[in-house]
Write a protein that binds this ligand. Structure first.
Ligand SMILES: Nc1nc2c(ncn2[C@@H]2O[C@H](COP(=O)(O)OP(=O)(O)OP(=O)(O)O)[C@@H](O)[C@H]2O)c(=O)[nH]1
Ligand SMILES: [Mg+2]
Length: 614
């Protein structure tokens, strides 16, 4: 590495804005959110400072202390101490502190100082500090700490100038700080108090708005009512706002498919394009608006500071079902996808709580299941108003999410019964200030999610759809065949084979077959059904797949399929992440096995009750 490159590590307590700073410096798009424990991995970025010097920046998980207690904190500890495999200690530690909460954050600054490495303190969130009337004597703080101190506002483009100027100065940027003598080591708190007294004036009252909001949000009764209302509104909105857009996209694709097909000679290629690409992929793409609406809400909630409050409210309940309040945010992330959810469990200190959370995370309805739900609900549930305001389809969607959550509670409770050590941990979690979400952050988050979806669509889902089209088309029917052509194809044989397993829960061969690609990516079940029915001669463009299903499929089977997807075994990528995060094949087997059994039994009951009732 040349002498002019500088390796900087951003460290600090959780939620002080390290990642926001990292993104601002490097132009990165790492996830920023208003709760502790967002970053759980080491992330690297680089940028060229005005002087031409190349700066390597490391964003690290937040930690309250260098005595690591959870897997994510361990990473920060190892990087700072120079013990991280394959990586020398950073040239400069930029310790980030929340200027509105220095009483807490300075303690960590002093702890890092003991490492005796070159160090700069970044007083972040200076905008919020000024607004609240906090004043800090930066020069005096710098003198007392024996290190450069700069003010930053990580969420503003010009808010990191002072930090860049500081680190872009002559090398070395900062001399190694002198560790304090052993006598004063014992009492970090006394040191913090002395520093605070000499350099910081705090306004007497804390943030009045936060307190006022918390009186409602943390109220044992109103708080829960508000939480339930928030969740309910989210699913209503997904339906009311997303559905019309979905229909428009589906119609657009149908129109395009018909026009493209008119240009092509009839034959296998035309069938691939209309049935496979436009029918299959187009149908899945149509669900993008619903997914994005869901994410507008998730991202807004994440940035608002409300989530840790919800975690507090639910802690008692979560502990009683063998989880912890700490599980709440990883489980909520699993609504996007179980993979970030499972990785988010790294901030859970207790290994058993962590494992329990990992095992139930895939029960949360991930966004890949949304197209499947939306398709089946659209086909089978009438679009009616209930009590004049609520949309029945939206209510069924909400119920499906609720089934996943109840399933997770049940499984957590059973695991708690099984495990011998029943100790519980009190929930210690910081409540961040409420914050109005920034349009820019929400837009970046939405763009990222949208791109993930489109990449899946043009990657794995497209590939699987082409394969599905191929096996549904070949081999062609023998001369003199009496059944529809698809019955003689590979898909027909495979589907009928699988049907032996799934007939007891009401699945026909087409559905049984669609479960295979769904194991790679859930949405593909929709594309696969569209392709299979299209090749089989049904019109699936626009709202056609819904009609094809409604005609070919009894209601009992549809309900059974919905319940199947609520509990269905995780996709392959989730299993791979469980393997990586727990380092055990046994956990993978347990996780897959219990979900398969749960899904099968629940669908079996649903199917037979529905048949009996109808
Ligand atoms: N007002 C204001 N908000 C900020 C500033 N810096 C960060 N934030 C907000 O603070 C919250 C936390 O920011 P992150 O960058 O995720 O914090 P982090 O330190 O990376 O947190 P962990 O990864 O959990 O350790 C987000 O809501 C940011 O939008 C700032 O300078 N001013
Ligand atoms: Mg972070």
């Amino acid at each position: 590495m040349s002498a002019s490159t500088l390796r900087i590590a951003l460290v600090g307590n959780p939620n002080c804005g390290k990642t926001a700073l990292f993104n601002q410096l490097t132009g990165g798009r790492q996830k920023v959110a208003n709760y502790a424990g967002v970053t759980v991995e080491r992330k690297e970025g680089r940028f060229t400072a005005p002087s031409g010097r190349l700066l390597h920046v490391l964003d690290l998980p937040g930690t309250y202390s260098l005595d690591a207690t959870s897997p994510d904190e361990q990473i920060t500890h190892d990087v700072c101490a120079g013990n991280y495999p394959g990586e020398p200690a950073p040239d400069l530690i930029v310790c980030v502190a929340d200027a509105t909460n220095l009483r807490l954050h300075l303690r960590f600054v002093l702890e890092v100082k003991r490492l005796g490495r070159p160090m700069v303190l970044s007083l972040n969130m200076m905008d919020a500090a000024r607004r609240r009337g906090v004043t800090i004597d930066v020069a005096e703080l710098s003198r007392r700490l024996g290190m450069p101190v700069v003010e930053t506002v990580a969420v503003r483009r010009d808010g990191v100038k002072a930090l860049i100027e500081r680190v872009d100065g002559a090398m070395p940027v900062a001399a190694p700080v002198q560790p304090d003598d052993a006598a004063s080591r014992a009492d970090l708190h006394a040191q913090v108090r002395a520093l605070m007294a000499a350099t910081v004036t705090m306004p007497r009252a804390t943030d009045a708005l936060d307190d006022a909001l918390d009186r409602w949000a943390l109220h044992p009764v109103f708080g829960l009512a508000i939480l339930a209302l928030v969740m309910f509104l989210v699913f209503q909105a997904v339906y009311s706002v997303g559905k019309p857009m979905t229909d428009a996209i589906a119609d657009g694709f149908d129109w395009m498919g018909t026009h493209v097909a008119a240009w092509m000679p009839p034959g296998p290629l035309q069938s691939l394009v209309t049935d496979g690409i436009f029918g299959g992929i187009g149908t899945v793409l149509g669900f993008l608006p619903e997914i994005l609406v869901l994410f507008v809400f998730i991202l807004t909630l994440e940035e608002s500071g409300y989530l840790p409050r919800a975690a507090f409210l639910l802690d008692r309940l979560m502990v009683s079902v063998g989880l912890t309040g700490r599980s709440f945010i990883p489980l909520l992330s699993s609504f996007a996808c179980a993979i970030p959810g499972i990785m988010g469990t790294r901030s859970i200190t207790d290994p058993r709580d962590r494992l329990a959370t990992i095992l139930v995370a895939p029960l949360m309805t991930c966004s890949a299941r949304l197209p499947v739900y939306a398709l089946l609900i659209g086909a089978f549930i009438p679009s009616r108003r209930v009590l004049g305001v609520f949309n029945l389809q939206g209510m069924v969607l909400f119920a499906l999410y609720a089934i996943g959550i109840l399933g997770a509670m049940l499984v957590g409770w059973v695991m708690k019964r099984i495990r011998r050590d029943k100790s519980e941990h009190a929930l210690l979690m910081e409540l961040p200030s409420y914050r109005l979400p920034k349009l820019r952050d929400v837009s970046i988050g939405l763009y990222e999610r949208g791109m993930i979806f489109v990449k899946r669509l043009t990657g794995v889902i497209l590939a699987l759809t082409v394969i599905m089209w191929f096996i549904s088309t070949f081999p062609g029917p023998p001369p003199g065949a009496t059944e529809p052509a698809i019955e003689y194809s590979i898909a027909g044989y495979l589907g009928r084979g699988l049907q032996h397993i799934f007939a007891p829960i009401g699945f026909n061969w087409q559905i049984s077959l669609s479960l295979i690609p769904a194991f790679a990516a859930r949405e593909t079940a929709v594309a696969a059904l569209a392709t299979v029915y299209a090749v089989g001669g049904d019109a699936v463009g626009g709202a056609g797949l819904g009609h094809a299903l409604a005609v070919n499929f009894p209601l009992a089977s549809a309900l059974s399929l919905l319940v199947w997807f609520a509990f269905a075994p995780q996709c392959m990528s989730t299993l791979a992440v469980i393997r990586r995060e727990t380092d055990s094949w046994r956990n993978v087997a347990i996780s897959f096995g219990y979900m398969f059994a749960l899904a099968y039994v629940a669908s079996f009951i649903t199917y037979h009750v529905a048949v009996w009732l109808s």
